[in-house]
Ligand binder design. Structure first.
Ligand SMILES: [Zn+2]
Length: 90
């Protein structure tokens, strides 16, 4: 009798993680809308199990990023480029 309860509880948590990890793939490919991406980020930060899985995923993202032009340039890099451009102009 208690087996049923245990299963449904585990399944509930697992279901959340499965959904998150499924969405992670879309997230990595920038196919998720910003609200959905936020939900994934929130779950990953709250769920240790998924964080571990996401560690693997982020390694893959890193690989994808290296072979693709970076869509969002970090501010520090922008500042550096601006500085270099100013120097060149003189
Ligand atoms: Zn999870």
């Amino acid at each position: 009798m208690t087996d049923g309860d245990m299963w449904s509880h585990d399944h509930g948590e697992l279901d959340d993680c499965v959904r998150a990890l499924e969405a992670v793939h879309a997230f990595l490919h920038h196919e998720l809308a910003e609200p959905d991406a936020d939900l994934i980020r929130l779950h990953l930060h709250a769920c240790e199990q998924c964080m571990e899985s996401f560690d693997i995923e982020s390694t893959i993202t890193e690989m994808i990023r290296r072979s693709q032009p970076v869509p969002a340039v970090p501010e520090t890099l922008v500042a550096r480029i601006t500085m270099l451009r100013r120097r060149r102009d003189r």
